[in-house]
Design a protein around this ligand. Structure first.
Ligand SMILES: [Fe+2]
Ligand SMILES: [Fe+2]
Length: 262
């Protein structure tokens, strides 16, 4: 019989609660858990949505907590701009994170294209989390320079590999999310090695560096300092994002209408 240790421990509550349990109580709880899992219906109920589901669709946050009740979405303007998506669709947690990383880049005097890359590097997480570097780059590609989309594409793989020359260490949070002995799959390692030897390496690497300073729940940030940078480096289509017939217009439309069944 397959045994998922993590799923079992999650049923017991906090680490403190587990430590307080006697070994008999733990053994009883384990037995209950194994019995419950004999019924495949009960077992499969543990996961309400796939972990790679975007936050817009109720996907869990990276720390395993749920985003909470799904809010009623406001209608979007007829010709939505990038800023409208920040206002109406990207979830507060993601907006905070990308604004903090872009603010860090701005404060440290980075070039405007890198600041824009930081500003949009994770917004696709609202749609889908699996391979978000690739999805995110594709979603932005028609509207930004190659530097920006290249950086977004490879930041995901680079996050797993330290680079002490720019002060980037393996994130402690990954030990919690993936476990201490986690080894990224071969395709991520290959993407890292390709990017490491590419002339644009730093375009992606610096996104991961500013990412480190973007998880402060108390920091107040605003999109205002970035409006002009967006204006200069994001090619806003006149028909509105989602209606410009670009190869990725459907991705923006999915943001606009996440409740459409087809
Ligand atoms: Fe990311
Ligand atoms: Fe990030």
């Amino acid at each position: 019989m397959q045994f998922d240790r993590r799923a079992f421990l999650a049923t017991l509550g906090t680490a403190a609660a587990i430590n307080a349990m006697s070994s008999e109580a733990l053994a009883d709880a384990l037995e209950d858990h194994m019995i419950e899992n004999l019924d495949p219906e009960t077992a499969s109920n543990e996961l309400k949505v796939r972990l790679g589901t975007g936050l817009l669709f109720g996907g869990p946050l990276p720390d395993g907590k749920a985003e909470g009740e799904l809010k009623k979405l406001e209608p979007m303007p007829e010709k939505p701009t990038l800023v409208d998506f920040f206002k109406y669709r990207f979830t507060p947690a993601t907006v905070k994170h990308v604004l903090q990383s872009a603010t860090d880049a701005l404060k440290k005097g980075e070039k405007e294209e890198l600041i824009l890359a930081c500003l949009v590097h994770d917004v696709v997480l609202n749609l889908i989390k699996v391979d978000h570097g690739w999805w995110g780059a594709q979603m932005m590609e028609p509207y930004v320079s190659e530097k920006v989309s290249w950086g977004i594409r490879y930041h995901q793989a680079l996050r797993f590999f330290p680079d002490p020359t720019v002060g980037y260490e393996y994130p402690e949070a990954y030990n919690q999310i993936f476990g201490k002995d986690y080894v990224p799959p071969p395709y991520v390692k290959q993407a890292y090695e390709y990017a490491r030897n590419h002339k644009s390496y730093m375009d992606a690497r610096m996104i991961t560096v500013h990412d480190l300073y973007a998880f402060d729940p108390t920091m107040k940030v605003s999109i205002d300092p970035f409006i002009d940078i967006i204006g200069r480096h994001f090619k806003q289509p006149k028909e509105g994002l989602g209606y410009d017939n670009s190869p990725v217009a459907h991705m923006w439309r999915t943001f606009i209408f996440p409740d459409h069944p087809l």
